[in-house]
Design a protein around this ligand. Structure first.
Ligand code: SF4
Length: 121
């Protein structure tokens, strides 16, 4: 989803660190993640990075935004892990210039936060 023409994100390992230049929707998603108090946001270069993040960060739940193929791969990878997973499919997939529906992303991010709060009661 990065706008590679203007993107100022910093590459680190298998991830990008968004500088919130406003050049793509990742900037909006980053603001939303912060507002909803999510612990972390990872912009990964591919699905394999997820394994490493899960091993290192041991999250209880994750929300992924990806194409159907990568989303399906992530579900398979996490089926034996004790991690709750929500997924927002891309509206335009491919290897570059992908897109997502921000309204849908916001809905799922808010729903996941509510679900986690209810589980802790
Ligand atoms: S908002 Fe972040 S990811 Fe998007 S183009 Fe700017 S620096 Fe790159």
């Amino acid at each position: 989803m990065r706008n590679t023409v203007v993107c100022a994100a910093i590459e680190k390992d298998r991830c990008y660190i968004c500088t919130e230049c406003g050049g793509c929707k990742i900037s909006d998603i980053t603001k939303l993640i912060r507002k909803l108090n999510y612990r972390d946001l990872y912009i990964v270069k591919g699905g394999r990075a997820i394994e490493k993040i899960i091993r290192e960060q041991k999250p209880e739940a994750i929300v992924g935004i990806a194409c159907f193929f990568e989303g399906n791969q992530a579900f398979k990878m996490l089926k034996d892990e004790n991690v709750a997973v929500q997924f927002v499919p891309l509206t335009k997939d491919g290897c570059a210039t992908t897109d997502t529906d921000l309204t849908e992303v916001e809905k799922v991010l808010k729903y996941a936060v509510c679900s986690e709060s209810n589980l802790k009661r």
